[in-house]
Every structure is written in structure tokens, then in C-alpha cells.
Write a protein that binds this ligand. Structure first.
Ligand code: A2P
Length: 298
């Protein structure tokens, strides 16, 4: 299985990251250290996860050199206005204790005024985030971030953004991908457009990880190959050509999740067919919870 992918910038991004969404304070630091010990060189975080200080401290204490680790953070929705971007980025840099990010991602295609609520979103900047993107390009030129990307953008929103005269194309789109929501169309579109997908909730997140690990095709593959069902699923993701971001704060699972193997073609195809055989079910859609008058994924 590929251990890295190469982005248009030439940067090599490790195919597996420790995801730290929902990794709580007091737990996330130990998980990061376990991960670095186990060979992870990629941490996928975000400002809004509110654990960047602990992640940064763990990285320092691990003794692993900064330049050996791929660090991703994400621009929160309330900071899309061009003047708010550099301060938001600086805050993440300070918390993480680093001078640059390997990747900085627009967390959601939703611009909220700094002291506003999601329901009072900025319609213009949400419909066309080009001013936000231009500022991110400037952050690359300044050397504060090496690569920029998006998250939770659907195909139409990617096309809207890239219809602008971008200096730097989005390197990645981080979206929910798992057995229950395999993102078949998005995967094809992204491959054609040269945008690397990053799979969040790759095991189905807390709500569905149990179901995922019990899928008959996954269990059978695990038995056949002497792997755990989680290892089969994570390997399947990489074999589909995406980055995968499994989250765990359990040391044995953190270690387990990076020991992957190429699945035999027939096994891979069986799992792929099973994932495509049911109606896709998205696990996460905050549109209603945020009181939006539209579906953020439509
Ligand atoms: P925990 O963090 O308590 O170890 P996802 O990566 O799809 O977001 O899924 C995260 C969920 O899956 C968490 O509840 C996490 O639990 C659990 N999980 C992560 N790795 C494994 C594994 N190897 N086996 C079983 N459950 C796992």
C-alpha cells in the first residue's frame, strides 16, 4: 500500500493520519505520542477541536522532529473574512508550537461573521469563497502553510471555487468516507480533477464503528488475511486512493490502525461492491443543527 501520496506542490503526504476530532483534552496528548511511537507521521487536527495545545506539546515531548511530521489544521467558519484569516492561522500555529503547517484546510463551505450565528451566515462569501482562498494563497506565499485545501465541499462547490483564477489549486478535499457512505461520485470526480480525498470518520465514527467492524465481507476478509476488521477497512481506504484519518485514543487501537496490508484484488472488490450495494447514508450533516436554510451538502 502507498505510504505517501504526492501533492501538486511536490509535498509527500503520509497516507494514514491520526485523527484527533473528539479526542478529548487529557487524552489526545497520549494518543499523539503513542501514534508517533508507532510510526505515524501525520496528525489531522483543527482549531475547533480545541486540543491544539495538547497536540503541540505531545509533538514536542515525543522528540520527533517537526519536519518529520505532517501537521494539518483547519480554518474555522467564523474566520473566513480575509482580515480574520491570518490571526486565526497564527492562533493555531501558536497553540501547536510551530512556525508552519503542512496543510491548512477550509473546514466547512460556510462563512459565519465573527460574532454571528451559523443561521446568519455570510451569503456572498459562502457562495463564492474566492476572497478566503486568495488569503490562504497569501499564507502559502508567506511560508506559514505549505499546502491548502478544503473540507466538506461537494462537487458543485469545488467547481465554483476552481472557476476563479486560482494561483494554487486545492490540494485536498476532506470529506466523510466510510463503508456506509463510500462517496463513489466524489472519488471519481476528485481523481479526474487531481484533488486528493481525505477520509474522515473512516470507520463510521463512534456511532457506526461497531456496525462497520461487523460487516460480513469485512469480517471474512479479516479472518482470511489475519488482520482485524479495522485494519481491513483502513487498508481498503488507502487502496481506493484516499488519505485515511482513523481516530482513536486507545493505545492498542492507535497501533493497530497503522499496520495495514494490501488486500488481494478479489477481496478488495468484494468490499467495494458491498459498500456500493446499499443506499449511501451520511453520518454527519450539521445543516439542521446549525439552523441553515439550505443543506450544506447540496
Ligand atoms: P476510541 O477512540 O475510543 O478508541 P472514526 O475513525 O471513523 O472516526 O472512528 C472512531 C471511533 O472508532 C472511535 O469510537 C474509536 O474509539 C473507534 N476505533 C478506532 N480504532 C478502532 C479499532 N481499531 N477497533 C475498534 N474501534 C476503533
Amino acid at each position: 500500500l502507498p505510504t505517501h501520496y504526492t501533492l501538486p506542490s511536490g509535498a509527500k503526504i503520509p497516507s494514514v493520519a491520526l485523527g484527533v476530532w473528539q479526542a478529548s483534552k487529557g487524552q489526545v496528548g497520549a494518543a499523539v505520542k503513542t501514534a508517533l511511537d508507532a510510526g505515524y507521521r501525520h496528525i489531522d487536527g483543527a482549531w475547533i477541536y480545541r486540543n491544539e495545545e495538547e497536540v503541540g506539546r505531545a509533538l514536542k515531548e515525543s522528540g520527533v522532529k517537526r519536519e518529520e511530521v505532517w501537521l494539518t489544521s483547519k480554518l474555522w467558519n467564523t474566520f473566513h473574512a480575509p482580515e480574520d484569516i491570518e490571526p486565526a492561522l497564527d492562533d493555531s500555529l501558536k497553540k501547536l508550537g510551530t512556525e508552519y503547517l503542512d496543510l491548512y484546510i477550509v473546514h466547512w463551505p460556510l462563512a459565519i461573521p465573527k460574532n454571528g450565528s451559523p443561521a446568519n451566515y455570510d451569503k456572498e462569501l459562502t457562495a463564492n469563497p474566492y476572497p478566503t482562498w486568495q488569503k490562504l494563497e497569501e499564507m502559502v506565499e508567506k511560508g506559514k502553510v505549505r499546502n491548502i485545501g478544503v473540507s466538506n465541499f461537494n462537487i458543485r462547490r469545488i467547481q465554483n471555487l476552481t472557476a476563479n483564477p486560482l494561483k494554487i489549486q486545492p490540494a485536498v478535499n476532506q470529506v466523510e468516507i466510510n463503508f456506509w457512505f463510500p462517496q463513489v461520485e466524489m472519488l471519481e470526480f476528485s481523481k479526474k480533477s487531481g484533488i486528493l480525498l481525505e477520509a474522515y470518520s473512516p470507520l463510521g465514527s463512534t456511532q457506526r464503528v461497531g456496525d462497520s467492524l461487523n460487516v460480513p465481507e469485512i469480517k471474512a476478509a479479516a479472518q482470511e488475511l489475519g488482520m482485524t476488521p479495522a485494519q481491513v477497512l483502513i487498508s481498503w481506504h488507502v487502496q481506493r486512493g484516499t488519505i485515511v484519518l482513523p481516530k482513536s485514543v486507545t493505545p492498542s487501537r492507535v497501533v493497530e490502525n497503522i499496520h495495514l496490508k494490501q488486500l488481494p484484488n478479489a477481496t478488495f472488490e468484494k468490499i467495494e461492491a458491498a459498500a456500493r450495494a446499499h443506499t449511501p447514508e451520511r453520518g454527519l450533516n450539521p445543516s439542521k443543527g446549525w439552523g441553515l436554510d439550505f443543506d450544506i451538502f447540496e
